[in-house]
Design a binder for this molecule. Structure first.
Ligand code: SF4
Ligand code: SF4
Length: 318
């Protein structure tokens, strides 16, 4: 069988998805056996110019991680889409914006003001802001344009498959690589490397349909390791999050933050979660409801932690 031609790209993201690929440990040698890597900037020294010269469809599969935050991310996404037979949105940031898309709660100018003027460690008496073209004696220097909205990959190019997770677990990555290598993939548009049922469905913790009178932040209590975290007042996103990660956070006695994204058929993970917690609050009056909900620090940032690019909530920039 001919070796797969593979590209792995890191756009607006922390780099965890790239590290997760390396986390398959010795199986990386099997990946090297099954695939020729044509672009992987974090690990190999291929140049964009090499990819630009390739004919359309030269790359079999592109694993694109990261959101599209600037014009360079957009340019590379379009180039890799053209060169790749199969484009995979790899990890939460590419799938739905991920952590970078929390910036969508702020306007572009407020972000620039904060970063370039107001942070305590910034010294910028001339109030210099980044520009896309800067003439210097040697010519013109170019910087990518910083967009006013953080996009998911499918808001910029057509995506064939989605692999959620922040980052996807090594086991799921290995399964996806095997499925790609053997051509054993579902119809285009599918989410792979995750389950169609919720994390709660695979969670071993005891559930007793207990209602709650207050919410806690993770540092405020040491939860019982056997009992459902949500029923102990911790905001666990398990009811509205796809399973498949193996319950990594809950096995460490921490609530799920929702990185595997919404269940099939759910348009907006945050909105779905709001309706879930509405059902477990033990309150009889609007005042009691208000008091309990006041215990949720940063509700928007918690409920939409990984999905602000694709959420129904539009943020500050659209
Ligand atoms: S809410 Fe969290 S802790 Fe409770 S059953 Fe679901 S995944 Fe497990
Ligand atoms: S428990 Fe939730 S936040 Fe943690 S890895 Fe799994 S899906 Fe992601």
């Amino acid at each position: 069988m001919a070796k797969l031609k593979l590209a792995i790209y890191w756009a607006a993201a922390c780099g965890g998805c790239d590290v997760a690929v390396l986390d398959v440990h010795e199986k990386i040698l099997d990946i090297a056996d099954a695939a020729d890597i044509l672009l992987w900037p974090v690990a190999t020294d291929h140049k964009y110019a090499d990819v630009e010269k390739m004919a359309p469809g030269s790359i079999d599969v592109c694993l694109f991680n990261g959101a599209v935050r600037n014009s360079e991310n957009e340019h590379i996404a379009k180039m890799l889409r053209e060169k790749s037979k199969v484009m995979v949105a790899f990890g939460s940031c590419a799938v739905s914006g991920g952590i970078p898309a929390l910036a969508n709660f702020k306007r572009r100018e407020d972000i620039l003001q904060r970063v370039y003027m107001d942070t305590p460690s910034t010294v910028n008496p001339e109030q210099v802001l980044p520009v896309t073209d800067c003439p210097v004696p040697e010519g013109v220097l170019h910087l990518p344009e910083f967009f006013g909205f953080v996009h998911s990959l499918n808001q910029v190019v057509e995506v064939d498959y989605y692999v959620p997770g922040c980052p996807p677990t090594a086991e799921r990555i290995w399964e996806v690589v095997q499925a790609i290598a053997t051509g054993n993939l579902p119809a285009a548009g599918a989410t792979v490397g995750a389950l169609d049922k919720s994390l709660c469905d695979e969670c071993p913790r005891e559930k007793s349909n207990k209602k709650i009178k207050r919410f806690y932040r993770s540092h405020e209590i040491i939860p019982d390791p056997q009992q459902c975290l949500l029923e102990q007042g911790l905001l666990c996103m398990g009811p509205v999050t796809r399973g498949g990660c193996g319950g990594q956070c809950i096995s460490a006695n921490m609530p799920c933050r929702g990185c595997y994204g919404p269940l099939p058929g759910v348009l907006d993970q945050g909105a779905k979660y709001i309706s879930s917690i509405g059902a477990i609050i033990d309150a009889r009056t609007p005042e009691e409801v208000k008091k309990i909900l006041a215990g949720i620090a940063d509700p928007a940032g918690t409920f939409y932690r990984f999905g602000m690019s694709t959420a129904l909530l539009k943020g500050a920039n659209r």
